[in-house]
Structures are given as structure tokens and as C-alpha cells.
Design a protein around this ligand. Structure first.
Ligand code: TPP
Ligand code: MG
Length: 218
């Protein structure tokens, strides 16, 4: 789930605990004067927990180079937004702590990309953090054990046509960037990469139990 050589820190949770880890990384970039930016994801339900507010607050006060992406998929596990918070738009949570909050159509790949690049540039220029709120819909359960029967079928139908992958693919076809043959080659390459990775994992030895407490500070 992480690869420190690629700058990806192992994921703690989509609840706000990963935000505090990213905050620490952002602080280290600022302290060491490195031109780097931390980026982290969280959920709408996670934004009702304390660590979310604490992270936004400290990032704004210290003007840390960090981008928070809040995926607003309308459900916190089985709780719909209206039972979860009293404000009308979660983006107000950025305003409350004094950092810019930007809403983006979360299913539009190119919009998310360009908005994120702007926020990253802003952070790299020393202008501080941004919260990007991406509007989307959770099309499946919170996890594999959750069949999400509590989600109205009409809502799923409404969002099905907004599938970001299908729509992006259609756009690539329309622009002539992708065609049946290039799609086939791409899929084969990706499948190979995944099965190579799977094999590598299966063939790798289990970690030595004596390393269990390494890197644990609390
Ligand atoms: C640290 C922590 N606090 C609380 C929970 C309990 N919990 C599990 S899911 C959830 C709601 C998550 O909502 P959201 O962030 O919207 O994620 P989604 O359901 O959309 O995947 C909560 C509070 C948990 N697993 N971990
Ligand atoms: Mg959610």
C-alpha cells in the first residue's frame, strides 16, 4: 500500500488519520525547505471526525504545503449526508479554518487533474494548503462485507451514467487517442503488470516476526 521510494506513505485509513500523517510529511518539507507537496485523501464521513478539523487548522496556521482531497460520495458507511452534518456543503469546512476550499466534479478526470495541479502549484509556491471537495457517489458498499441495500436504486442509476472511467474512455475514443486495438494492447500490458505483481507477492517470503515493532513510535 506504500512505497517510500515513490513518495507514497503506507495508507493508515481513509478516516482522517492519514491526514495527520500527511500533515507531518508536509511539515518536514517546509522545515527542510524541500520543494515538495503532500497530498492525502479522505471521505465525507471522515470529515466529521476530530483529526480532520485539527489537520485543516494546523495546515492553515502553518501554511503547510499540502493538498487535502475530500471525496464526498454522499454516504458515511450507511449514513446519508443529511443525517451526518447540518451544513449544506462540506466545502464550508475549509472556510471555517481559513484555507481555500474548491469543489470539483469528482467524476470528471480532467477537471480533478487540473484542479489538483493548481492546488499543488499553490502549495509549492508557499501559499499554503487547499481542500478539494470532489463530488461523487459510492457505487458499492463501504467494503466487501457491505451490500449497501440502504442506497436507493434511483440514486445509483443517476450516477451510473457518470462513471468516470467509462466517460473518460469515451472521450479518448472520440479524440482518436484510443481505439479498439490500442485499448486491447493497454489492457494486456496492465493485466501482465498486475499478474507479475501478484506472483512477486506470492513468491516473496513472509516478513521476519522480529521486525514487527520496527517503525512504530507510539
Ligand atoms: C479511526 C476510525 N474511526 C471510526 C471508524 C468507524 N467508521 C467506519 S466507516 C466510517 C464512516 C466512513 O465514512 P466515509 O469517510 O464517508 O467513507 P465511505 O463510507 O464513503 O467509504 C466510520 C466512522 C473507523 N473505522 N476508524
Ligand atoms: Mg463517504
Amino acid at each position: 500500500m506504500g512505497d517510500i521510494d515513490l513518495g507514497i506513505i503506507g495508507y493508515v485509513s481513509h478516516l482522517p488519520q492519514s491526514m495527520t500523517v500527511a500533515l507531518g510529511a508536509a511539515f518536514s518539507f517546509q522545515y527542510r525547505k524541500e520543494p515538495r507537496v503532500a497530498l492525502t485523501f479522505t471521505g465525507d464521513g471522515a470529515s466529521s471526525e476530530g483529526a480532520f478539523s485539527e489537520s485543516l487548522n494546523l495546515a492553515a496556521v502553518l501554511k503547510l504545503p499540502i493538498v487535502f482531497i475530500l471525496e464526498d460520495n454522499q454516504y458515511a458507511y450507511s449514513t446519508p449526508s443529511k443525517y451526518q452534518y447540518a451544513i449544506t456543503d462540506l466545502v464550508a469546512r475549509a472556510t471555517a479554518f481559513g484555507l481555500p476550499g474548491i469543489t470539483v466534479a469528482g467524476n470528471n478526470v480532467l477537471d480533478v487533474r487540473s484542479t489538483t495541479i493548481k492546488a499543488i502549484d499553490r502549495a509549492r509556491n508557499g501559499d499554503g494548503p487547499t481542500l478539494i471537495k470532489a463530488n461523487t457517489m459510492r457505487m458499492e458498499g463501504h467494503a466487501l462485507h457491505d451490500s449497501a441495500e440502504y442506497v436507493p436504486k434511483e440514486l445509483l442509476d443517476e450516477w451510473k451514467v457518470k462513471d468516470p472511467i467509462e466517460n473518460y474512455k469515451t472521450m479518448l475514443y472520440e479524440k482518436g487517442i484510443l481505439n479498439k486495438q490500442t485499448e486491447k494492447i493497454l489492457k494486456e500490458q496492465i493485466n501482465k503488470e498486475v499478474s507479475d505483481g501478484e506472483q512477486w507477492a506470492e513468491n516473496s517470503p513472509y516478513p521476519d516476526p522480529s521486525t514487527l515493532t520496527e517503525g512504530v513510535y507510539a
